[in-house]
Design a protein around this ligand. Sequence first.
Ligand SMILES: [Zn+2]
Ligand SMILES: [Zn+2]
Length: 250
Amino acid sequence: MEKTRDFKNIFKKLFKNIGNYLFPPQCPYCEKIIDSEQILCDECFHKIHFIHAPICYWCSVPLPIETDTGEKMLCPKCLSKRPFYDMARSAFIYDHFSRLLILKFKYYDRTDLRHVLVHYLLKAGVELFDKTDVVIPVPMYWLRRLKRQYNQSALLAELLAHKIHKEYSDSVLYRTHHTETQTHKTAKERKQNLKDAFQVRNINIIQGKHILLIDDVLTTGATAEACAKALKKNGAKAVYVLTIARAVKS
Ligand SMILES: [Zn+2]
Ligand SMILES: [Zn+2]
């Protein structure tokens, strides 16, 4: 048994080395050749704006450094109204660079980028994984999914669930109708646009459970809130949100 495993490992290593030689790893962003241990090239790595402390404990919006007390802090928006979700975390600030990365992943068939993106989700969501029971993606309307062929949030959620050894399900939340793009809408219009947009089925999967909801971008939080509301109404105990990027008002 031991010997077979040794042989398997030797072959695995050998094939990996040959593979690296024939198809050297490339920076997924600029396609420069990179070391096999690297995820992005140095230049692209420095363009990323990571979200780091101090942040709002609930919604993770960055807070001014001078306010850092080392304790749990909340932003003015969360202080005035508690979000329906319990905690949200994001890897990057939503800016020109992260937007392009997400666009490539969403619209240019670069599903391979999910490995890079999940790598950063694993760092950003580290506080959430111990508490998580089930990982689910923010759903796409079925017609849109048919057109796009894949739901980018589902690709991320499935890989992430596998990495953190948690249950994954994309058969819980669904969209009841097509919602217009949220991009140019005000917070109020977004809320209206999403009214009753999400429904829940197979509630046995979420009842009494802690849910980790995966999406690409958190803008005003209206989508995350609408999903959390639907999940909690159907018995989910807690809803955490993890996104690649989050918008920050400049
Ligand atoms: Zn690069
Ligand atoms: Zn907040």
